[in-house]
Design a protein around this ligand. Structure first.
Ligand code: ASP
Ligand code: MG
Length: 815
């Protein structure tokens, strides 16, 4: 026999009651034996509580009562055949009249005791259960309504009474034996004391009723039907990836439900646990959901933890002082004082130096606790043996729960790493020696980010979400968005990574969408966005406070880089192809790295040098593995490579530049390339990454162009001057040809000096054979001393650069 309990929303309307009836019919058809426990119709307990309060303060309660009456009447009209409606109408009307009399009494006396309140709210369950039993009678004529308050006996703790189990079990058994032929419809939530005054079992107590009955009657299972898919790994309103658990142990369910998962009323676990009766959490609105089974032994869980939960609002009290050291009984005294004042202590930690005790309580109790401490420890405070308590507010608890944690090393490490990386400070930690629960106290404003980050860290089989804010929609930016869109399915399926573009900005417009911008429509979306403002964009990123957050800078603007530090400080990683920040002052370069390291976030800029070629990464790997860079030689300007590679035979230098310009290989003003400035920035970044303190002025820059070309006032004038310089360039070329050499513009880092100069190299030189617009770099190091490490390939172009940015992005958080 099963006990089947339906929660408030399951009996909240005709439609949902129809679901309930269907569920019962199905059970009946399959020969299953069951009895039913029902909550009040959804919202009714709250309304009754409010009405009782209103009446005690002299306010109107009639309107609210009519609302309750109508709620039930509507269901009668919709669910019971007309000819049978009368007895139900009559009984509900009687109940309503009784409530009215009680409220009238409260109104007249303007006084509301806990006892009267329990009596008033008990009618919620009476009305709903009677109604449900009457509806059920149409299908199961042996349905019988039973007011459970006569059978569950409690103490006098109105509002949250304690059950007298032996007496209750006796009464239930006795009653049951006399009604073996019936399907019983028990009121949930309500009970009575030894004087037969109505008591209640605490809000949500119908679950408890079901478990009490099941234990007394030796049911084989308890089904709790609500409106959600059982117990989840985390609150799905906050953690979108939270998923339903198929099973968990009593202890795990207890831990998770204490910490906020409101799916089951924790005391309900006790009778079930005592009699080892499985509890199955089901969803009235989703009958295909198999349910979450709570029982003693579960199958091996493939995840290290079962779930994550949180308590949304707590305050922390920190007590310090030399007076506590070695004082046996101090904490005993402290906590019994708190208990006497009914202050619930949620969590405790004490440092092993015994110099401090920290405990968490509900914010409403803070003042009381403070006063209590002041008066009880007056002497210790005056003699400075104890310091005044330090109160921290606006905090919350996040707890990871699971029996698998027991004796598994690395769980707390993973938890702290996930929080640390996302810039979430831990105010206190508690782990019981049972090892079922590790709780951390963090700032409330970080809870959603923390839950998501921790969920990602533990449920690794699920996809990990990267929240990306992409700035710049030029060639590279656009290509990147296209590549991400094209790769998203693959990344999700093969790498378990979901890249969510949560914001896009360019110099004109910007748009932010936490849920992720549809990349097939991003152009439309951004055009409909607001006017771009980098300040606002950055503030929004910070405010959203998303987990695994990355800022991607695909601009050539000097502005974006000024925000990197601020972003790092908010634990946002940065990926960029923009080299301005890295090539500004050394101080700034260093500061950015230090900040990123301190905050545990990533700063990746592979595409600063040689586009997508793995140059920066290689250099870093060499450095971190302890190699020493002796020399770097490189050609890192694709444009200049192209020009020299084509400056052969009869063509003039002027013609080659013009052609390169036309083909789009140069900047709008080709002097940007030919001046070597851009190359110099790359050399500076390389030198810095190789460990040298280098400023722009330290890089000696050999010119390609004569002064007259450089100083020409316009691009047209520049070309005129370039044409005039033909003989100069021809000389360079002839010299090369006469000596069987080629012209190369080569950057060097040697003897801690960086330089770029025009050189004539012969066929023995590794750069001799460079073709097209390729880049090449050779590292001579302690390990690669006689035969340098060479990287060569296309070092420009939107496709390869965007791919480089993409690779950096995927690597964020990989370590
Ligand atoms: N009706 C009561 C409440 O709302 C009991 C329950 O629904 O479990 O708390
Ligand atoms: Mg690169």
């Amino acid at each position: 026999m099963k006990i089947v309990k339906f929660g408030g929303s399951s009996v909240g309307s005709s439609q949902s009651i129809q679901n309930v009836i269907d569920i019962l019919k199905q059970k009946h058809a399959s020969g299953e034996k069951f009895h039913v426990v029902s909550s009040a119709m959804g919202g009714v307990t709250n309304i009754l509580t409010d009405l009782a309060q209103a009446a005690s303060e002299g306010y109107d309660f009639k309107t609210g009562l009519t609302e309750i009456e109508q709620k039930h009447f509507t269901v009668i009209k919709e669910m019971i055949a007309v000819k049978n409606q009368n007895p139900t109408f009559t009984q509900i009307k009687i109940f309503i009249n009784e409530i009215e009399d009680l409220l009238q009494g409260v109104y007249s006396l303007q006084e509301l005791s806990l006892q009267s309140k329990d009596l008033i709210i008990s009618y919620g369950e009476k009305c709903s259960t009677f109604l449900l039993s009457q509806i059920a009678k149409q299908y199961f004529p042996n349905s019988l309504y039973i007011d459970t308050s006569a059978l569950i006996k409690t103490d006098n703790n109105f509002g949250n009474a304690r059950v007298n189990t032996p007496l209750t079990e006796h009464l239930l058994k006795e009653y049951y034996q006399q009604h073996t032929e019936n399907i019983l419809f028990f009121t949930g939530f309500i009970a009575s004391n030894e004087n037969n005054r109505i008591t209640t079992l605490g809000r949500g107590g119908s679950d408890y009723t079901a478990a009490i009955i099941a234990a007394a009657l030796d049911a084989k299972e308890i089904e709790l039907w609500s409106d959600v898919d059982g117990m989840l790994t985390a609150d799905p309103r906050v953690v979108k990836k939270g998923f339903s658990l198929s099973e968990l142990s009593y202890t795990e369910a207890m831990e998770l439900s204490y910490f906020g998962a409101k799916v089951i009323y924790p005391p309900a676990m006790i009778p079930a646990f005592r009699k080892k009766i499985p509890i199955v959490l089901k969803n009235t609105f989703n009958p295909t959901f198999e349910g979450t089974r709570i029982e003693e032994h579960t199958h091996k869980n493939m995840y290290p933890i079962r779930g994550i939960s949180s308590i949304n609002e707590i305050s922390l009290i920190n007590i310090t002082g030399s007076g506590m050291i070695g004082q046996i009984g101090f904490s005993g005294k402290l906590f019994s004082l708190l208990a006497q004042e009914h202050i619930n202590v949620i969590l405790i930690t004490q440092s092993s130096s015994e110099h401090s005790i920290t405990f968490a309580i509900e914010p409403k109790d803070v003042q009381k606790a403070k006063q209590l401490f002041r008066s009880e420890f007056e002497l210790e405070l005056e003699t400075n043996k104890l310091n005044p308590p330090i109160i921290e507010e606006n905090l919350c608890v996040l707890a990871i729960v699971g029996e698998n944690m027991k004796q598994t090393p690395g769980i707390s490490g993973k938890l702290f790493h996930a929080l640390g990386r996302n810039g979430i400070n831990i105010h206190a930690i508690a782990q019981g020696s049972s090892e079922y629960n590790i709780s951390v106290i963090i700032k409330r404003k970080n809870i959603s980010k923390a839950l998501n980050a921790v969920h990602d860290a533990f449920f690794t089989q699920l996809t990990k979400t990267l929240h990306v804010f992409s700035v710049g929609t030029g060639n590279i930016g656009t290509t990147l968005l296209r590549q991400i869109q094209a790769q998203s399915d693959f990344l999700r399926d093969n790498n378990g990574i979901e890249v969510k573009i949560s914001g896009i900005a360019n110099s004109r417009k910007m748009i932010i969408d936490e849920e992720g911008i549809d990349l097939t429509q991003w152009e439309k979306a951004i055009n409909a966005g607001e006017v771009s403002n980098m300040d606002t964009f950055i503030q929004k990123i910070k405010l959203l406070n998303l987990s695994n957050c990355i800022f991607v800078d695909n601009t050539a603007s000097p502005v974006t880089g000024t925000y990197y530090k601020e972003l790092f400080e908010s634990n946002v990683s940065v990926v960029t192809c923009n080299k301005i920040a890295n090539s500004s002052s050394y101080k700034e370069y260093k500061d950015l790295r230090d900040t990123a390291r301190k905050r545990g976030v990533d700063f990746f800029y592979e595409t600063n040098v040689g586009a997508g070629l793995p140059i920066i990464r290689t250099l870093k790997d060499l450095m971190t593995s302890g190699d020493r860079i002796l020399k770097i030689e490189a050609i890192l300007s694709g444009t200049i490579s192209y020009i020299f590679n084509n400056f052969t035979g009869k063509v003039s230098f002027y013609e080659v530049v013009k052609k390169a310009h036309e083909l789009g290989y140069t900047e709008p003003d080709p002097r940007e390339d030919l001046s070597g400035k851009d190359f110099m920035r790359k050399m500076m970044i390389l030198a810095r990454d190789a460990g040298y303190v280098v400023e722009g002025k330290d890089v000696s820059l050999g010119a390609i162009l004569p002064e007259s070309c450089i100083n020409a006032p316009s691009i047209d004038d520049f070309y005129k001057e370039l044409k005039k310089s033909d003989s100069y360039f021809n000389q360079l070329k002839e010299k090369a040809e006469n000596e069987n050499k080629v012209l190369r513009y080569i950057g060097k880092l040697e003897n801690s000096k960086a330089s770029i100069s025009l050189e004539w190299v012969d066929s023995n030189h590794p750069f001799y054979n460079l073709t097209g617009s390729d880049n090449i770099i050779s590292f001579t190091t302690e390990r690669y001393k006689f035969n340098p490490l060479v990287i060569k390939g296309p070092g420009a172009g939107a496709e390869v650069t965007a791919a480089g940015v993409f690779a950096d992005l995927i690597n964020v958080g990989a370590n």
